[in-house]
Design a protein around this ligand. Structure first.
Ligand SMILES: *[C@@H]1O[C@H](CO)[C@@H](O)[C@H](O)[C@H]1NC(C)=O
Length: 359
C-alpha cells in the first residue's frame, strides 16, 4: 500500500517536472528565429522586434509590454553562448533565476527611449551635456552584408556623495533701497543646495548595427550616451560610419567599381573568370569578343544594397586593362600577326588631356 502511494507521488512529481519544462518560454519562437540561428540573426531579430514592441510605442498595451519583456529575456539567454547551451538542453527552468531578466534594450538604443522624449526636450531650459561624435571604422564587407559591432564605453555616471553642492544657479535682479527715492539694482547669482554627487565611470556595452547599404559619414545615434550633465540630461553619443578603403572595390553611391588586368592573349581570344564579391559569392565573367584597354563591363544587381531598400542593389562596373607582353617578336612572328590581325597602319595624334573637345 505504502509503495503504491510512493509510486503515485513519484508519477505526480514527474508530471510536475514535465509541466514545468513545458511552462518555460520558447525563446526561439519569441525571437522568430530558427534553432540554429547565428548570433547576428538573433541580434537582428531582437533589434527589429524591440523597436516595434517598446512600451513607449505601445502605451497601455499590456500584451505588447509582456511581449517586450519576453523578448528581453529571450535575447538575454540566446545571445549568451553559455546560457544558450543550458537553455537548449534544459529549457528555461535549467537557468537559475538571476540568469534571466536583464534589459538588453539600452545597449542597442541608449538609455532613454528614442521614440518620445529626447529631441523635443531641447526647447525647454534643461541644461544638456555635450554630444559626442566618434568615428567608427567599417569595412566594405560589413556595409555589404551588415554586422553587429560591440563597443565598450566607459560612461561617467552620477552617484550620490556626501555633502551638498550648489545647483540650479541663475542670475536674479536684486533691488536695494539706498535712501529715500534711491534704489540700486544689481545682478546676483542665486543657487539652491542639492545633494552632492560624484561622477563614477561605469562600463557599458553598446551594440551598433551596421545595416547593409549604410553610407560613409552616416551617423548612428545612441540617445543619452553622450557627456553627462550634472543638473540636466546627458547629450547623445553618435557613431559616424567611416568606410575603409577596399583592395578590390571602389564605391560610388550604390555602385561598385573594380579593375581587372588580363593578358593580351585573353584580350584577343576571350576568357572566363570569377570575381569574388564582398560576401564571398562569385561573379562570373565571360568574354568572347576582343577586349580593348579601358573596356567596361556592367553587372546589374552586383553593386551595394540600397540602404533604404536592401532588395535593390546597385551595379558593378568592371574595367579591363591589358597586360602586354614585353620584348621583341621575331620576323616570322611579326609576319604571322600581320596576317591574323589584318589591320592597316594607323596613327592619329590628339590632345593628351582633352581628346573629346576636338573629336
Ligand atoms: C581603373 O581603370 C580606369 C579606366 O581605365 C582607370 O581610369 C583607373 O585609374 C583604374 N584604377 C586604378 C586603381 O588603377
Amino acid at each position: 500500500m505504502a509503495s503504491l502511494v510512493a509510486w503515485n507521488l513519484l508519477t505526480f512529481n514527474l508530471f510536475l517536472i514535465i509541466l514545468q519544462v513545458f511552462a518555460g518560454r520558447d525563446f526561439y519562437k519569441i525571437l522568430g528565429v530558427s534553432k540554429n540561428a547565428k548570433l547576428n540573426q538573433i541580434k537582428k531579430a531582437y533589434r527589429t522586434l524591440a523597436k516595434e514592441l517598446h512600451p513607449d510605442k505601445n502605451p497601455g498595451d499590456e500584451d505588447a509590454n509582456k511581449r517586450f519583456q519576453d523578448l528581453g529575456a529571450a535575447y538575454e539567454v540566446l545571445s549568451d553562448a553559455e546560457k544558450r547551451k543550458i537553455y537548449d538542453k534544459h529549457g528555461e527552468e535549467g537557468l537559475s533565476k538571476g540568469d534571466v531578466g536583464g534589459d538588453p534594450f539600452s545597449s542597442f538604443f541608449g538609455d532613454f527611449s528614442f521614440f518620445g522624449g529626447g529631441g523635443g526636450n531641447r526647447d525647454r531650459e534643461i541644461p544638456r551635456g555635450g554630444d559626442i561624435v566618434m568615428d567608427l571604422d567599417v569595412t566594405l564587407e560589413e556595409l555589404y552584408s551588415g554586422n553587429f559591432v560591440e563597443v565598450v564605453r566607459y560612461k561617467p555616471v552620477a552617484k550620490p556623495a556626501k555633502g551638498t553642492r550648489k545647483c540650479n544657479c541663475r542670475t536674479e535682479m536684486v533691488t536695494q533701497q539706498l535712501g529715500p527715492g534711491r534704489f540700486q539694482m544689481t545682478q546676483q547669482q542665486v543657487c539652491d543646495d542639492c545633494p552632492n554627487v560624484k561622477m563614477v565611470p561605469e562600463e557599458k556595452l553598446l551594440e551598433i548595427e551596421i545595416e547593409p547599404g549604410m553610407r560613409d559619414g552616416q551617423e548612428y545615434p545612441f540617445v543619452a550616451e553622450g557627456e553627462p550633465h550634472i543638473d540636466g540630461e546627458p547629450g547623445d553619443l553618435r557613431f559616424k560610419i567611416k568606410q575603409q578603403k577596399h583592395r578590390r572595390f571602389e564605391r560610388k553611391g550604390d555602385d561598385l567599381y573594380t579593375n581587372v588586368t588580363i593578358s593580351l592573349k585573353d584580350a584577343l581570344v576571350g576568357f572566363e573568370m570569377d570575381i569574388q564579391h564582398l560576401d564571398g559569392h562569385m561573379v562570373h565573367v565571360v568574354r568572347d569578343k576582343i577586349t580593348w584597354p579601358g573596356a567596361r563591363m556592367r553587372k546589374p544587381g552586383e553593386g551595394m544594397p540600397n540602404y533604404e531598400n536592401n532588395n535593390v542593389k546597385g551595379q558593378l562596373f568592371i574595367t579591363f586593362d591589358i597586360d602586354f607582353p614585353k620584348g621583341t617578336l621575331t620576323e616570322e612572328e611579326k609576319e604571322a600577326l600581320i596576317k591574323i590581325l589584318k589591320q592597316d597602319s594607323k596613327q592619329v595624334v590628339y590632345n593628351g588631356l582633352q581628346a573629346s573637345m576636338f573629336a
